[in-house]
Write a protein that binds this ligand. Structure first.
Ligand code: AMP
Length: 341
């Protein structure tokens, strides 16, 4: 067994991070020397991740995977728990933390997106994660050597010369988030396909919080024959109904209160469909728009009612239909969704 290191450097050979006070083996072929709590691995290189994943496959270990953009909250950790449930104690749970530049539009919050890797690692360790995968932009979207665009660390998009392959879902991606954020799902499907190829998961857990995203990933996995089972875990909410989100960090002062309007809109729609058999979607949309307008800093982007699996919009809203909405609260764009039961 090789010597454990006590540095904060990323090993150039393995891409594994060595954390201060957390000795671990920098040899990826060796068995972990310490109990699980101390041996969570942080893998930053693509080659090291794929190498580990193939080892697990050969050893017949089941791998559960929860892809995230970090700044973790209890919603993310519920995906970890679900992944552990699915693969059991003998399986491996991987969380990726990667703020994927290709899913942000040019005017969106890529550079400001909240990041706190140290805190995320603590949470992952406490949640029993086996491996945290933290790839870098340059490896995920490499630049051609002649590309000048990629020389600036601030350049949010790395796709000009050295990277030109995308995964595009062409049906479910057209509405709602896809209509408001035209390149968003192309970025999501591309990064998730890449991550699936690197982590080789048997199961992958996504949150119902991003309902349309989960539907698109399920479709992508089926269409492209990824041998992975997609699990969709329920949305975790704050006590007042606000769906947990990394972006809630932006909600200062009264904006935090106003943000509950998304949940209030869902509850109102639920109450309406409970009272009447079928409500015209246009009428319900208009009344929810009014509710949202009553908040001084809230502006509705869209509200949609649709069939939950196909995402096909319904013109008459009945119980069992699904509702999704996006609302700007100040400058922060929040999304939420729920079944109208
Ligand atoms: P993100 O880091 O926002 O890209 O989210 C990573 C994963 O966590 C996605 O599958 C999300 O749907 C899921 N997620 C985010 N917020 C919640 C929440 N409040 N409850 C459950 N899952 C969530």
């Amino acid at each position: 067994m090789k010597l454990a290191l006590l540095t904060t450097k990323i090993s150039p050979l393995t891409g594994l991070w060595n954390l201060p006070g957390v000795p671990f083996d920098n040899c990826i072929d060796c068995p972990p020397p310490l109990p699980h709590f101390f041996t969570m691995r942080i893998v930053s290189s693509i080659a090291a991740m794929q190498h580990l994943a193939r080892q697990w496959q050969r050893a017949g270990k089941r791998t559960g995977f929860a892809p995230t953009m970090g700044y973790l909250h209890a919603g993310h950790l519920s995906l970890v728990k679900r992944a552990r449930q699915a693969v059991g104690k003998s399986g491996v749970v991987v969380v990726s933390i990667y703020v994927n530049p290709t899913q942000f539009g040019p005017k969106e919050d890529f550079s400001k997106y909240p990041r706190d890797l140290k805190r995320d690692l603590k949470l992952c360790r406490a949640a029993g994660v086996d491996v945290v995968f933290t790839p870098g932009d340059k490896e995920m979207y490499p630049c051609g050597s002649r590309s000048r665009r990629c020389e600036s660390a601030d350049e949010p998009r790395f796709d000009k010369r050295g990277y030109s392959t995308y995964v595009v879902e062409e049906n479910l991606s057209r509405t709602m988030e896809g209509a408001s954020r035209p390149t968003h799902f192309r970025g999501v499907t591309t990064v998730v396909a890449k991550l699936f190829n690197l982590v080789l998961p048997d199961i992958a857990v996504f949150g119902a919080k991003d309902w349309q995203q989960a539907a698109i990933i399920k479709r992508m996995a089926a269409d492209l024959n990824f041998p992975v089972r997609i699990i969709v875990a329920p949305t975790l909410r704050e006590r007042d109904g606000l769906a947990m989100s990394s972006r809630n960090k932006y909600l200062a002062g009264d904006l935090r209160r106003q943000a509950t309007v998304l949940w209030r809109a869902i509850q109102k729609a639920r109450a309406v469909v409970k009272r009447s058999k079928a409500v015209p979607a246009a009428k319900l949309k208009a009344s929810l728009k009014q509710l949202i307008k009553a908040e001084p800093d809230a502006k509705l982007d869209y509200v949609e009612f649709f069939e939950p699996d196909t995402l096909v919009p319904v013109t008459k809203v009945t119980r069992g239909a699904h509702m999704a909405l996006a609302v700007f609260v100040g400058k922060t764009r929040l999304i939420d969704n729920a079944r109208l039961k």
